[in-house]
Design a protein around this ligand. Sequence first.
Ligand code: ADP
Ligand code: ASP
Ligand code: MG
Length: 411
Amino acid sequence: MAESEPIVVQKFGGTSLATSDRIRNAAELVLSTKQGGRRPVVAASAMGSTTDDLLDMAFDLADRPGERDLDLLLSTGEVVSSALLSILLNSMGAPAVAVTGPAAGIVTDGRYGRARIKTINPAYLRGLIDDGVIPVVAGFQGISESGEVTTLGRGASDTTAVALAVAVGAHHCEINTDVDGIFSADPRIEPNARKLEKVTYEETLEMATLGAKVMHPRSVEVAERHNLRIVVRSSFNRNPGTEILASNEIDIEIGAKVRAVVHNANVARITVLGVPDRPGLAQAIFQPLADAAVNVDVIVQNLAHGGNTDISFSVERTDLEKALGFVTPVAEEVGAGGVSSSSDLGTISIVGTGMQSTPGVAAQMFGALASAGINITSITTSEIRITCLIDENRLEDAVHVLHKSFGLGRR
Ligand code: ADP
Ligand code: ASP
Ligand code: MG
């Protein structure tokens, strides 16, 4: 195969590989890429709910399965799907080889369950590509410098795909999923959601970090850093998807101040009560969380009364226990009044690059939520997003009311 033919990384998500028929469909998409004069490299997610099923099995057997064993267990899901897809491609006459993350040269740090890719040695994959063989790489996994199999965090096959695309010098990375692209709101919640033709790295990163599952946040960071083009599209039809690009490459659509509404139910709030109002105490609380890679978002510190303040912040609900494990001893150590937590909250956010130059967006958001009787517990903002903590059971209402208020729908 000609070396000048562009390389394209094609990632298939779990739903897109959930059954034999869907694996066949994915193989056909890979073949049509090859027939179209491009050299495909595939990144595969585990079939359907495999990762959840493996987790359930482990937690059935033990309350606290060892992290190392858990990563080795979870990595098998992607090994199965990549091997099956490669077996099928070969049977269809296209030479392919299934490659595990470690064999693909993906070296990570040693943080089990949320490892970060440090380097990729692309020599083996390049050799395969040069020989006209399609590498079918198991997503979501790598190997630590001490030789242990690691996984990169839930949803991180996207990150494998983008990192591979950068490492092999791909023309772009195609994310094949179960919706037609990136929408103005989760299309499973908002029936009037509109597919965005183009979206910036910054907007996608905010959306991903705020809980829109469609892209793994780190995949967007890596793509932005290396200016790699991403196309998100459905594996079930040939509709054009969404292109993710740098903001200077987008001129259409960008007039809109708000481009998407993002909801997230995977949220919990921790409040540290009666923290002595001294310099350094916020750091004492947040540093251990940062070291343990626990993401902290909406942070509110009340005005000091009588020398003490309350600090509350949100974390991913799945990190709540872990976070409390760090915060509780620090609170005791610094003489705080106590620690409380709640997990019946969610976040609702609006995102858009155009927001930074448009006054009144926050007022419009708060007004729309108020008109639906939705109470805001706390608020956080960046240049291109506003996030409110609200009751979890009002999240869907909030999506609808904001989507409508900012005119994001198709009609
Ligand atoms: P995959 O298994 O292909 O990686 P995911 O389930 O991780 O797919 O991500 C796709 C899902 O993301 C969609 O099914 C959709 O429900 C959800 N989603 C949430 N917000 C959005 C959005 N703004 N645009 C598109 N999809 C979204
Ligand atoms: N299989 C992994 C998960 O379910 C990784 C992925 O699908 O991206 O989180
Ligand atoms: Mg995903």
